[in-house]
Structure formats: structure tokens, C-alpha cells
Design a protein around this ligand. Structure first.
Ligand code: SF4
Length: 339
């Protein structure tokens, strides 16, 4: 295969994905169904998001993203691993996480073309485009889905965590505008955003933003805030599991058009007290436990991205066991109702 001169020589791969691609040998508690890659560069990202160890001013470990380590591999080895794993049906998707640096979109388009030459696998790119041209470049290179993270649920939090106040290049208004343009370029349902629960927003604010995304044709993927050593937010706790469960249910209802933000009720602290649907419908939805699985692009299960395997699990990477299901009922205070 004619080697593209722009193809970066090295790339980072999440540890779990490296095992699935045959680059590392180890046992997996939950196998990723998407191969997670991250652009590699000497040095950190040019942005400065408070929760990220890749941030310009973070002194977190350079191989970390969230609580997962991402060792570096020669790109050729990774491409061969993707080819084999896709053939065996071990991965259904490749997700490229992008740092921000001047050549990043050249790297992303070259990597996309190289992966498509090697394997018939869908490609998602999670990146922070700075303009529409960046988005068109990715669509033309054959990217199937684009993820443009909002991360924060409100304008004020966005600015504080990754915008001007954080020394970052992003603005809430531009990010929403680019999400809208990405929908017009990639199509409704082919654009995702990441929302981190636990940055300081109320449940009401998070649900309102989830509704706004869905109305734009953007699929919200939920993450639980995870404190990482060396980052600006390293001392912040993770969100209460009950809050995360209620947000997961609200997201599921909104994404599946069962209920809207306007139908839901919140208490004085902005906590969800009513989902705006009948109790029986709610119990049925909890029973199928789909709301508690990792949300995002199809086949994106991000095992233990925000939690230790011993739990509590915020996002379940695979079908729940009876024991896990019973735990969720307890977390939601539903124990009696479902038996
Ligand atoms: S939702 Fe998952 S697959 Fe999609 S961009 Fe985000 S991390 Fe990648």
C-alpha cells in the first residue's frame, strides 16, 4: 500500500483497545467494541480543559485520557491490528480522539484514509474543529460520525472549564454553531457531543442541554466527571451515582422521544423529581436497563473510562447482570417496585 507521506508515524491506543488489536497481551474484564485511538504529539494539547491530563497547563501523565492509559505504538502496527480485529468482528468502530495542535486535521484525514484502506470499519472522530473547513475535510476523508464535545452543560461552566477563563481557545457559542454545521454536513444523528456530569451543573441544566442537543440533531454521550491527578480539577469529587442514574434515564427518554425536558419536574435544587411519564412506563424502561449502558456512537462502550471495574459503574460497558440490575434499583430507590 502506497504510504501516505502525511501519515503520522506514531499513535496512542487505549490499553483495552491495544489488547483487542493484538498490540498488548492481557485479560479484559469488558472488551471495547470500538478501538479507541488518540493522536500523538510530542508535548500536550494547545487547549487547556480543566478535567483533561492532555491540557496545556496540566502536569498529569502524558499517556492518560480520563482514567485510562494510552500507550504509543507505530501507526503501521495499529493499522494491521485494526485490519485483523475488524476481520474477526472484534471491533465495529474506530474512534479517533484528537488533541489540538496545528497539523491535527492533516493527521486525522491521513489516518482516516489509511484505516479505510485497511478495514471496512466505521470511523468516529472526537475533535474540536475550529472552523467549518475542518469538518468538511473529515467528511470528505470518509469519517462516518463526528463528535464535537461541549463537555459542560452551561455557557458559564463551559467558559470556566475549557473556554477563555480556563485559558482555552473554545467558546460556547462557536461550539454550538459548529455542532449545527456538522449536522448539516454529516446529517442528523451522525453528530455526537460529549457531556460530562459533575462539573457543577444542576440536573435540570444538564437535561435542558441534552434536549437542546437532540433538537439540533446531535446525539449526547454521557460521561461522569473523573478527577485526574495533575489537572486543574483534580480535587473535585465524582458526581453522586443517583444523580447520574436520573440523568441517564432523562437522556434515554429524550433521545428516544418518550418524553421532553418540558415534561419533567425538578425540585428547588434542580434535581429531577418527575420524568413526566407514567410510573409503569418508567419501571419498564428501567427494567430493560438500556439507559445505564454507555451512551454515544453505535458500538461505543468505553469500558471503565470513568470508573474502576470494581465500581460503582457509571456507564455499563455490557449487558447488566441481575446483581448489577438489583444494585441500580437500590441506587434509584426502586427496590420494592420491580419485584
Ligand atoms: S461517543 Fe464514543 S465513539 Fe463517539 S466520538 Fe465519543 S468516544 Fe468516540
Amino acid at each position: 500500500m502506497k504510504q501516505q507521506k502525511e501519515l503520522p508515524k506514531k499513535i496512542r491506543v487505549s490499553t483495552g483497545s491495544a489488547i483487542i488489536l493484538g498490540l498488548l497481551k492481557a485479560k479484559l474484564d469488558a472488551a471495547p467494541t470500538t478501538a479507541y485511538l488518540m493522536t500523538y504529539r510530542e508535548g500536550k494539547c494547545s487547549a487547556n480543559c480543566g478535567f483533561c491530563s492532555q491540557a496545556r497547563k496540566s502536569y498529569g501523565k502524558a499517556d492518560m485520557l480520563s482514567r485510562v492509559s494510552w500507550p504509543v505504538f507505530p501507526t503501521e502496527h495499529v493499522l494491521n491490528g485494526i485490519e485483523k480485529a475488524a476481520k474477526k468482528g472484534r471491533i465495529m468502530r474506530v474512534c479517533l480522539q484528537a488533541l489540538n495542535y496545528p497539523e491535527v486535521f492533516t493527521d486525522l484525514t491521513a489516518l482516516t484514509k489509511a484505516i479505510r484502506q485497511k478495514a471496512n470499519v466505521k470511523i468516529s472522530i472526537s475533535c474540536q474543529p475550529l472552523n467549518t473547513e475542518n469538518i468538511i475535510l473529515l467528511a470528505n476523508a470518509g469519517v462516518e460520525r463526528i463528535g464535537i464535545p461541549l463537555d459542560a452543560a452551561t455557557k458559564a461552566l463551559f467558559d470556566k472549564v475549557k473556554g477563555e477563563s480556563a485559558g482555552g481557545p473554545y467558546s460556547w457559542t462557536t461550539q454550538l454553531k459548529l455542532l449545527g454545521e456538522a449536522v448539516s454536513i454529516f446529517g442528523k444523528g451522525k453528530v455526537s457531543t460529549h457531556l460530562i456530569v459533575g462539573l457543577g451543573e444542576s440536573e435540570q441544566e444538564m437535561v435542558e442541554t441534552i434536549q437542546r442537543c437532540v433538537d439540533m440533531g446531535v446525539l449526547p454521550a454521557l460521561f461522569a466527571f473523573t478527577p485526574i491527578a495533575g489537572t486543574a480539577l483534580e480535587d473535585k469529587p465524582q458526581p453522586p451515582i443517583q444523580t447520574y442514574r436520573r440523568i441517564q434515564i432523562a437522556r434515554h427518554l429524550i433521545v428516544n422521544r418518550v418524553a421532553r425536558y418540558e415534561d419533567m419536574h425538578f425540585d428547588a435544587n434542580g434535581c429531577i423529581i418527575d420524568f413526566g411519564i407514567a410510573e409503569q412506563t418508567l419501571l419498564q424502561i428501567v427494567k430493560i436497563n438500556a439507559p445505564f449502558l454507555t451512551s454515544g456512537c453505535p458500538d461505543c462502550n468505553r469500558p471503565y473510562y470513568n470508573e474502576k471495574p470494581r465500581g460503582p459503574l457509571y456507564n455499563y460497558p455490557k449487558k447488566l447482570t441481575e446483581k448489577e440490575f438489583a444494585l441500580i434499583q437500590e441506587e434509584l430507590g426502586l427496590k420494592e417496585a420491580l419485584f
